[in-house]
Design a protein around this ligand. Structure first.
Ligand code: NAD
Ligand code: TDX
Length: 339
């Protein structure tokens, strides 16, 4: 089996590449990644020299490059992680989100039609469902929840999902979509909440909490997400959507305090800053379908996962210090200095 993993130099795609290369020595795993600010070849270092792995630098929205890769490699399966993924950046500059997340997806789908594949899998997000109110803890996102987006990021991901479903119905392309809740774990880019807090606390810098820190996210350890996608591409039914999440809801403030306490630092580092515009209140996934149909269940609780994650950031300082010492400083200054 030959699998093209797009966005495999990023956080979740990188973890997925490691997972698949190690689990399936007989498969060929090809990572296609444009190496944007979020892509990092160092994330692929543990697999770079493995015989069943190949890295190709390329843009999913570049039709010529994508067709040429399909022509030479004739992949069986495509797993599309490649995306602009940060909500705050989408609020600053939506256009690149449309180019990569929508046009890029359409180019991949066209390549699948032209060359033929066994499965196209779209890695989507729970953010396509919008948000849930904080005072209705009985409500969860199911696969039937209407699409109702809040940010340019989630609107672009929802547009991509609709295109994937349209290609499934109109051209009978064998597609699946997964919608996962917030991931955390190794190789998470430090612009996102958990790695940002770990890096700031370790550097004794203040920790910016948007609004009152009451917003709720449903956290999933990244390896559990990888295992779910592995199951979907092998056993999932074409045309289906699968929600992925493990009932690990926490307020942002709970998450921040857990990290500060685990690192033995003072909660005085917490600084409340201007809220994110359009900030979604609560995400919470109902994972019944993937549990019943594919037997998936998360293996890692939040308490275990956050300990493993903190340890990884302590053991792999070079990986994230390289990132935060470069261009990232300009980003941080722009987003947080006057907030
Ligand atoms: P990330 O930002 O860490 O990585 C994205 C990767 O895509 C990077 O390696 C980047 O170089 C690459 N990329 C960007 N534009 C590209 C292009 N035009 N062509 C080729 N490669 C390109 O993102 P992530 O957090 O790993 O998210 C991966 C996917 O999972 C995304 O589709 C995201 O929407 C989805 N998702 C993320 C989460 C989460 O909590 N992080 C949760 C649910 C779904
Ligand atoms: O500095 C911060 N302070 C803060 O309070 C940052 C970066 C975030 N936050 C809040 C905003 C959110 O309520 O923390 C929460 C998590 O924020 P992010 O890490 O930016 O994630 P989120 O916006 O929830 O989106 C993530 O999960 C769904 C991913 O980035 C998306 O790609 C995925 O689709």
């Amino acid at each position: 089996m030959k699998i093209i993993v797009t966005g495999g130099a990023g956080f979740i795609g990188g973890n997925f590449v490691h997972y698949m290369v190690n689990k399936y020595p007989d498969y060929k795993i090809i990572c296609l990644d444009a190496l944007t600010y979020a892509g990092n070849v160092e994330t692929l270092e543990p697999v770079m020299n493995k015989e069943n792995f190949m890295f190709v630098k390329g843009d999913i929205a570049d039709r010529k490059a994508v067709y040429s890769l399909f022509e030479t490699e004739k992949p069986d399966v495509i797993v599309n992680f490649a995306a602009e993924s940060h909500v705050d950046r989408s609020i600053e500059n939506p256009e690149i989100f449309l180019r990569t997340n929508v046009i890029g997806t359409s180019v991949l789908l066209d390549a699948c039609r032209k060359y033929g594949i066994k499965r196209y899998h779209q890695v989507s997000t729970d953010e396509v469902y919008g948000d849930l109110p904080l005072d209705r803890t009985d409500l969860f996102f199911t696969e039937e929840t209407p699409i109702h987006t809040s940010s340019p990021y989630s609107a672009s991901k929802a547009s991509a999902d609709l295109l994937v479903q349209a290609y499934g119905r109109t051209y009978k392309l064998p597609v699946t979509i997964s919608r996962c809740s917030n991931n955390y774990g190794p190789y998470h880019f430090p612009e996102k909440l958990i790695p940002l807090v770990i890096a700031n606390v370790l550097n004794d810098k203040t920790v910016p909490v948007y609004g009152k820190g009451e917003n709720v996210r449903d956290w999933l350890y990244v390896e559990d997400h990888c295992a779910a996608i592995d199951l979907i591409i092998h056993n999932g039914k074409a045309g289906e959507v699968y929600n992925i999440g493990g009932h690990n809801e926490r307020t942002n403030l709970q998450v921040v305090k857990t990290i500060i306490n685990a690192l033995g630092k003072s909660e005085d580092l917490i600084t409340y800053v201007t809220d994110r515009p359009g900030h979604d209140m609560r995400y919470a996934i109902d994972p019944t379908k993937i549990k019943n149909e594919l037997g998936w269940e998360p293996a890692t609780t939040f308490d275990e996962g956050i300990k493993k994650t903190i340890k990884w950031y302590l053991d792999n300082k070079k990986w994230w210090e390289n990132i935060i010492s470069g261009e990232y400083q300009k980003y941080y200054e722009k987003m947080y200095s006057k907030r």
